[in-house]
Ligand binder design. Structure first.
Ligand SMILES: [Zn+2]
Ligand SMILES: [Zn+2]
Length: 282
C-alpha cells in the first residue's frame, strides 16, 4: 500500500529488518518495533532498521520447494529477517497459505496464481505476521489469526479474522490447533490427507523441529533461549495428541520430521518435561 504525504511524496509501509513485520504507511518510520522489543525477539545492538517491499524486491527473491504432492515451502534468499518459510498447501477444497514471509514479489504472485490462488491464510504466531496484509489483499483471502495474540497485530486490516478456542476448521481436512506455549495463541496446522493419508503437522516454531530431525523443542523465547514451564509443554502435547500425523514440517529449511512424527512429538515432550523436573537422565 502506498499513501501520499502532504508534500506529495510517496510513503511505503515500513518493514522491520530484524523481524520482517510490516507497519502501516506513515509520514515517518515508526520509532520502535514492539515485536522486536518483546523478550521473544530482540533489537540488534546496531539498532532498529527499516526497509520496504520495493527495496526488498530489488535485493531478494523467493524459492519454492515441493515436499510432497500438494505441499510447497516458500522461502526468501538471501535469508531475510527471522528466515522462516511459508507453506502453500493445495487441497481439493482450496489452497491455504500457512505462515507468511515478508517478500511478496511478482514471480511469487504469478506462481501462486497459476496454482489457483489462495482460499485462506493462517499464521502460527506474531513473529510470522510480516506482510500478511499484502498477501491477503493480493489474493483476496481471509487471514486467520488466533484472538489470544490480537494485541500483536501491527497493521490491522479488514481481511483479518480472529478465531478463538483450541481448534478451528479452515477447510475440509485442514484444522488449526492452538498449541500455546511460545505465544498464548501459538497455532499449528493439521493436514489430514498429508503423507498419503497418514497426516502432517505444519508446526511453525511452536513445535520447533531440531537438527536430528527426530525431535522438536518448545521454547518461550528462541533467540534468548528462555524455556517453557513443564505444565505448558504438557498442555501443548495434550492439545496435539488427538491428531494423527506422520510428518512434522517446521518453520525453517531442513527442519522436518518425515516418519513417525506423532511419536517424535510425544517423546520430545516427555524428554523436555523430564529434564525440567528431574534433570539429565542416565
Ligand atoms: Zn521487528
Ligand atoms: Zn517465534
Amino acid at each position: 500500500m502506498m499513501v501520499r504525504t502532504q508534500d506529495n511524496t510517496a510513503m511505503e509501509c515500513p518493514i522491520c529488518v530484524t523481524c520482517g513485520t510490516q507497519y502501516p504507511a506513515a509520514a515517518a518510520e515508526p520509532a520502535r518495533c514492539p515485536i522486536c522489543e518483546d523478550a521473544r525477539q530482540y533489537v540488534p545492538v546496531t539498532g532498529q532498521r527499516w526497509t520496504t517491499l520495493p527495496a526488498l524486491r530489488a535485493t531478494h527473491n523467493n524459492v519454492f520447494r515441493r515436499y510432497e504432492e500438494g505441499l510447497y515451502a516458500i522461502g526468501t534468499q538471501p535469508a531475510f529477517a527471522i528466515g522462516q518459510r511459508a507453506w502453500l498447501l493445495r487441497t481439493p477444497h482450496g489452497n491455504v497459505l500457512w505462515d507468511c514471509i515478508a517478500l511478496l514479489d511478482d514471480a511469487t504472485l504469478d506462481i501462486v496464481r497459476a496454482f489457483g490462488g489462495i482460499s485462506a491464510i493462517a499464521i502460527s504466531h506474531p513473529h510470522y505476521y510480516t506482510t500478511m496484509v499484502e498477501w491477503a489483499n493480493a489474493f483476496d483471502a481471509p487471514l486467520w489469526l488466533h484472538a489470544a495474540d490480537r494485541d500483536w497485530v501491527m497493521r490491522d486490516d479488514t481481511a483479518i479474522r480472529h478465531w478463538s478456542g483450541d481448534t478451528h476448521s479452515l477447510l475440509d481436512g485442514v484444522t488449526l490447533v492452538r498449541a500455546g506455549g511460545h505465544f498464548p495463541g501459538g497455532a499449528v496446522l493439521h493436514w489430514r490427507d498429508g503423507r498419503d493419508g497418514r497426516g502432517a503437522l505444519l508446526s511453525g516454531d511452536v513445535l520447533q523441529v531440531v537438527p536430528d530431525r527426530k525431535h522438536v523443542s518448545f521454547m518461550w523465547s528462541y533467540p534468548n533461549y528462555v524455556p517453557l514451564p513443564a505444565a505448558q509443554v504438557r498442555a501443548i502435547a495434550a492439545r496435539v495428541e488427538p491428531f494423527d500425523y506422520d510428518a512434522v514440517y517446521g518453520a525453517f529449511w531442513n527442519a522436518e520430521i518425515v516418519g513417525d512424527g506423532k511419536a517424535a512429538v510425544a517423546a520430545s515432550a516427555r524428554r523436555y518435561i523430564a529434564m525440567l523436573e528431574r534433570g539429565p537422565l542416565g
